[in-house]
Design a protein around this ligand. Structure first.
Ligand code: ARG
Length: 571
């Protein structure tokens, strides 16, 4: 099933083509009707004719009888489209019978790498990893649902000079002790103490430097110790992922170390393509259009003057690997806005090397910051970074309190499970419902409120519908609804917009499109429920309204599911 907008667009495109081949109908949702086609204005201009006349001719040529009850030209030449009740009813019947709720699979499935979460080994996962993890996960779910082939890659920081110091600290502590500290998530203490020893103790510094050399030359014992560090950190990350309910597993980990053996090939390829320029002893590539503050060409340093490789080299190897080995055609980097220049330069260099361009493209899916109530970076009261686990535990505890207060009917056995769904759901929803590139203030009361555009509000709307069915003693209905009342029509139109909402998440890489849609749908449902009695109705009106309820619940739970948020049946 194509989404409504595409359906109308296809039909109108045929009519536009009778005037000029390939003219774009430009169909948009509208306040005046259900949809509006604005393409006549541009076409009239290019034909040198009156827009109203063009619009009239398009309307005369268009075949929309089975879709629309009213098609009229308004204003300077807009075409207003009102869907017919019969069409909407048929559409809903199809949706109700379709496990995909009318969301089509992509006609041209892409192979998409989603690079997200990417914490660093032996470093705490803090609130800074929240957005990448939540947004990356939601995008992965939606892309997958839309029929794309998703490859999740967790590009963890597990290589580089700090590992000399970290391994030496591990040796100092003793492996058992160190493993213990790391696996319970005392990553920051571990890292900080390693740093303290490094700064204070010359022999420790010496040992650390030597350790880096051993690590890079593949010394077996050093690699074993390194694996202890990585393994314990991963165990801890997995705990955070389990709490958060995201898809990432150890199988998705493709850390910086993975690319280490490929770096010489990358260098050789750059060399062969004549891209390398030596600058102050370092091997660099100068992508066009990047300049320093003084206006000089800005290099991307691929190999440092001491022969070492850095973050950029790894990212270049990653692009080459993702396109070459994995055959990906889209690379999404769900990474904070501050890395914009780094990524843009890597993409530009990859284009120079011929890895990106035709066939494969890379995109920085940037996001804004999480702020505290003071509008500064979100910190603890003591001014330290907020540990992600602590934050998630607090979310669940607060949700449990809210539920104890509000939901006396909730069976005790379900309390803990629902508190987890609501607490984690609230954190995820607050994040996803913020327009991706904007900052947001982390505010417990707002995100846990049962009113407004929040996770709990939508979960509650869903649970309330489930309770209608418990009271009705009826299984969720199927069939074809009768669309009589205005509130029924609005709700039906809401349902029919699901596919377009899902599609726009993919198109704009914007989960907030789906949250806005779900929030609107829940509000439309409330109006419907206030105006149209369901259980007190009779006969086919009752079944029809039960069907509308059931479809609302399905769309809410599927929509929340695509965002990685649970929809409990009871709350
Ligand atoms: N580990 C890095 C950091 O914490 C983020 C990695 C982002 N992904 C990438 N391919 N560069 O800053």
């Amino acid at each position: 099933m194509a989404d409504l907008r595409t359906l109308l667009e296809t039909r109108l495109a045929e009519a536009f083509a009778t005037l000029s081949p390939g003219a774009d109908p430009v169909v948009r949702p509208s306040d005046r009707a259900d949809f509006q086609a604005n393409g006549a204005l541009a076409l009239a201009k290019s034909l040198g004719r009156s827009p109203r006349q063009v619009a009239d001719e398009v309307v005369a040529a268009a075949n929309l009888e089975d879709l629309c009850s009213v098609v009229e030209v308004s204003g300077p030449g807009f075409i207003n489209l009102t869907l017919s009740e019969a069409f909407l009813a048929g559409r809903l019947a199809e949706m109700a019978a379709d496990p995909r709720l009318g969301v089509a699979r992509a006609e041209e499935p892409r192979r998409v790498v989603v690079d997200y979460s990417h914490p660093n080994v032996a470093k705490e996962m803090h609130v800074g990893h929240l957005r990448t993890t939540i947004i990356g996960d939601a995008l992965s779910r939606v892309l997958d649902f839309c029929g794309h082939e998703v490859i999740r890659e967790n590009h963890i920081g597990d290589w580089g000079t700090p590992f000399g110091m970290l391994i030496e600290h591990l040796v100092n502590l003793g492996e058992t002790e160190a493993a213990q500290e790391l696996s319970v998530g005392d990553l920051d203490t571990f890292y900080r103490q390693a740093r303290v020893s490094f700064d204070a103790d010359e022999t420790f510094r010496e040992r650390s430097r030597h350790r880096v050399v051993l690590l890079q030359s593949g010394d077996a014992e050093t690699l074993r110790l390194w694996r202890v560090l990585v393994g314990e950190s991963l165990r801890y990350f997995d705990e955070v992922y389990a709490k958060l309910g995201v898809l990432l597993t150890d199988e998705d980990v493709v850390g910086e170390s993975f690319y280490n053996p490929q770096l010489t090939d990358v260098m050789a390829e750059f060399e062969a393509k004549g891209l390398l320029v030596e600058s102050e002893g370092a091997q660099c590539v100068f992508p066009e259009g990047f300049v320093t503050r003084d206006g000089d060409p800005l290099p991307l340093i691929v190999q440092k003057s001491d022969g070492g490789f850095g973050y950029a080299a790894t990212d270049l190897a990653a692009i080459r690997d993702r396109v070459g080995r994995l055959g990906a055609d889209v690379l999404l980097y769900v990474v904070g806005a501050p890395q914009e220049q780094h990524l843009a330069m890597c993409f530009a260099v990859a284009r120079m090397a011929g890895w990106l361009g035709e066939g494969a493209e890379a995109e920085h899916v940037a996001f804004g910051n999480v702020l505290g109530p003071d509008r500064k970076m979100f910190k603890t009261r003591a001014g330290t970074t907020v540990k992600l686990v602590a934050l998630l535990d607090e979310a669940v505890a607060r949700a449990a309190d809210v539920l104890s207060e509000r939901s006396q009917d909730l069976p005790a056995a379900l309390h803990e499970k629902v508190a987890r769904a609501v607490g984690i759901g609230a954190v995820k929803y607050a994040d996803l419902s913020t327009e991706r590139t904007r900052d947001y203030i982390f505010d417990w009361d707002r995100m846990l409120a049962f009113e407004g555009n929040t996770g709990p509000y939508l979960q509650y709307a869903h649970a309330r519908i489930c309770s209608i069915f418990r009271r009705a003693g009826a299984a969720p209905a199927s069939g074809r609804p009768i669309i009589g009342e205005a509130a029924e029509r609005d709700l039906a139109l809401g349902h029919a917009g699901f596919a377009d909402a899902v599609d726009s998440v993919v198109r704009d890489r914007a989960p907030s499109r789906l949250t806005s849609y779900l929030f609107d749908l829940a509000s439309t449902f409330t109006t419907f429920y206030e105006n149209c009695p369901v259980l007190r109705a009779e006969g086919e009106v009752r079944s029809s309204r039960l069907l509308l309820c059931s479809l609302t619940a399905s769309v809410l739970s599927a929509g929340l599911g695509l965002l990685g948020i649970e929809a409990p049946q009871q709350m």
